[in-house]
Design a protein around this ligand. Structure first.
Ligand code: NAD
Length: 423
């Protein structure tokens, strides 16, 4: 069809190009017409704002904030807000597109968006973070809205930031608007089960994949990169299913224990010190070494492009379940597929978070609260159904689970777009 451009040969992949490489393969397999292809790949809106903030010492510092709405074909756009020094427009564009595909894979009536602020939240006070979050919300008044664009937490943000966004947005509306944001604290209309939801979806995906691969989870081993919201909850839930978590990590380094990491001890250590640095429950190794451990399951749950052309050959895990968005580069994907490593891709594996975010939004609009059990049962069902859908397409077309996920997502968005038109 002539729309696939060769990707530049570099070690570090540009996240948007990396996403597009996989999108292109799926689009080609589906025979997507060029007109729809152009619409689906182009972000609907890209906003960059400057945020001048008074820091605690009295000086003013200007931060750069982003919001990209990739698509609102399936419904209001949905996507997290990331606070990190690496945030840039291309990253936010890729993350926004992944949200579109993710919502489509799990069949949730949302489009995709993402936001971010280039900042170092670990080295900012609570007051500075509040002023920054409120300033960002003010600049996004026109974009956010329960029927337009609904933010959620991502790396570096959590329930407190969501509470500030909800409050600042509500001020402008003159009324409390809970459904403008998800991932809120429970008392402000958050959903039971939301905090663990992404890790839970990772666990459900891993169990489904292990079942297909005929690997007994009891006694199987797993290494988890990133011990934040997604990684720590995935570790805990996988351990409850009988897996032995032999390695965990955060940005300061990794810890390996062949007898299994004591996860309660690790969580308590992180809660006390805000980091795993100095943790003694395992041998200190590097984050790179963690990825290359001899384990059954590897869960990258930190950042993009950690499995890349440099280390893909050295990966020994039989199954990779992507908790993070974009942890595997497009070139690494090819190598892993050829080696027979099964990869449950981000747009499927970590969709539990947006699924329960959707439940939170539904509950806010109903003015009603579901039990944790109801939330978990419904999200487990959605994750299992999505896995089956993707697995079926992968078998039918003899493609990886990633390409199959993109095929499911593109079909859904393209069909909807063709029916409804151009909004
Ligand atoms: P978080 O901030 O709670 O945790 C991130 C973890 O990664 C921390 O332990 C941090 O120390 C670690 N980390 C950062 N840089 C690292 C590096 N270079 N090497 C190893 N570890 C590193 O964030 P989170 O919410 O758990 O998100 C993690 C990933 O999951 C992100 O890619 C995010 O986009 C994705 N994700 C999150 C959700 C969600 O609901 N929170 C949903 C879907 C996808």
């Amino acid at each position: 069809m002539g729309y696939i451009e060769p990707a530049p040969i570099t070690d570090k992949e540009n996240p948007f190009e990396s996403m597009m490489e996989r999108f292109n393969i799926a689009a080609e397999k589906l025979g997507l017409d060029l007109e729809t292809y152009e619409v689906l790949k182009s972000p609907a809106k890209q906003v960059i704002v400057s945020l001048p903030i008074v820091m605690d010492d009295g000086h003013k510092k200007v931060f750069e904030g982003y919001r990209v709405i990739h698509s609102n074909t399936l419904g209001p756009s949905k996507g997290g807000v990331r606070y990190d020094m690496d945030v840039n427009l291309d990253e936010v564009k890729a993350l926004a597109a992944w949200m579109t595909w993710k919502c489509a894979v799990v069949d949730i009536p949302y489009g995709g968006a993402k936001g971010g602020i280039k900042c170092d939240p670990a080295n900012m006070s609570k007051g500075e973070l509040e002023r920054l979050t409120r300033a960002y919300t003010v600049k996004m008044y026109e974009i956010f809205g329960p029927d337009i664009d609904i933010p959620a937490p991502d790396m570096g943000t959590g329930p407190q930031e969501m509470a500030w966004i909800m409050d600042e947005y509500s001020k402008a509306q003159g009324k409390t608007v809970q459904a403008v944001v998800t991932g809120k604290p429970l008392v402000l209309g958050g959903s039971l089960g939301r905090v663990e939801a992404t890790g839970r979806g990772v666990m459900v995906s891993a169990m489904e994949a292990l079942r297909k691969m005929k690997i007994n989870p009891n006694g199987a081993t797993a290494a988890i990169q990133g011990f934040g919201n997604v990684g720590s909850n995935a570790a805990k839930l996988l351990a409850q299913k009988g897996l032995k978590i032999t390695a965990i990590s955060d940005h300061t380094g990794a810890f390996f224990n062949p007898d299994g990491i004591d996860l309660r001890e690790a969580s308590e250590y992180r809660a006390t010190y805000k980091t795993l640095e100095g943790f003694t429950g395992g041998e200190k190794i590097t984050n790179e070494a963690l990825l290359e451990l001899e384990v059954d399951v590897l869960v990258p749950a930190a950042k993009e492009d950690v499995i890349n052309i440099k280390n893909a050959d050295a990966i020994k895990a039989k199954l990779i379940v992507e908790g993070a968005n974009g942890p595997t580069g497009a070139k690494a994907d090819k190598i892993l597929h050829e080696k027979g490593v099964v990869v449950v891709p981000d747009i499927l594996a970590n969709a539990g978070g947006v699924t329960v975010s959707y439940f939170e939004w539904v509950q806010n609009r109903l003015g009603y609260k579901w039990t944790r059990d109801r939330v978990n049962r419904r999200s487990d069902r959605i994750m299992k159904e999505a896995f089956e859908r993707v697995f079926g397409i992968a078998e039918k077309h003899n493609v990886s689970l990633r390409i199959a996920s993109y095929m499911v997502a593109i079909t859904k968005v393209a069909d909807t777009y063709k029916l409804r038109g151009s909004f």
